[in-house]
Design a protein around this ligand. Sequence first.
Ligand code: 15L
Length: 266
Amino acid sequence: MKVLLAGAAGRIGQVLCKGLADCGHTMIGLDKVAVDSRHTRWHQVDCRDAAALRSIFEMEQPEAVIHLAGHPGETSLPAALESHAITTAAVLEASVAQGVRRFVYASSNHAVGYWPRTEVLPVDAPHRPDTFYGVSKVTAEALLSLYADRYDLSTIACRIGSFRSEPDTRRALSTWLSHADCVRMFDACLTASTTGFVVIYGISANRRAWWDLDAGRALGYLPQDDAEVFADRLPARPDDDDAEAMRVGGLFATERVGRPAFDEAP
Ligand code: 15L
């Protein structure tokens, strides 16, 4: 499948460009930074620029899109909306104009991060964002829902947990997404037979998982890795471990990360 991947220079993007090419997909990378890649066709573009995206989509004619672009942490509300909601709308517009059939989005666990850590959270639990980053992911998910309904575009939001080569904290024993499972998940999302707007949680098969993997399994995402094999190697961080265990968003749901909506005027 010919896949255009926005945010290709990022941590997840680099793993997916290689991993999905190994699965047989033809990958075309987009990012605002230039990358010298011999293996992936590449366009340097800011994903807020709808007109530039439109001409790249016309040239490349992708069958599917993966949208990962955006700043992966907390910012002011305007910056978060710009980074996640505006880019998502621009990439969705270009996708619809070009007749793309499948749109897969890197949402985040922080769209539901304020839920307390009690039972396994289902995909249809109401949004409880823990940050303005989480609010912007909720907004991006709403855009995926709108474009699925309005244009009959199949959209999938993957609420990614902690994408790491190895889990590095106690929280990550529950929230870890391994590199190999990340490739499996996006490959399943590209090739699944599904319609409308679907939400899945993007984590590995962690035995301490906080999120329900059934919706992903229904799409064909069968995770193979379990963070538990790393449990004995993790250093104790009593203060952070306790704070991170209160709510599923971890430290994002604490006052350590909480901030005002707007930057102060200089
Ligand atoms: C995310 O969505 C962030 O992009 C990433 O920086 C991590 O903090 C991750 O969630 C997480 O919850 O571990």
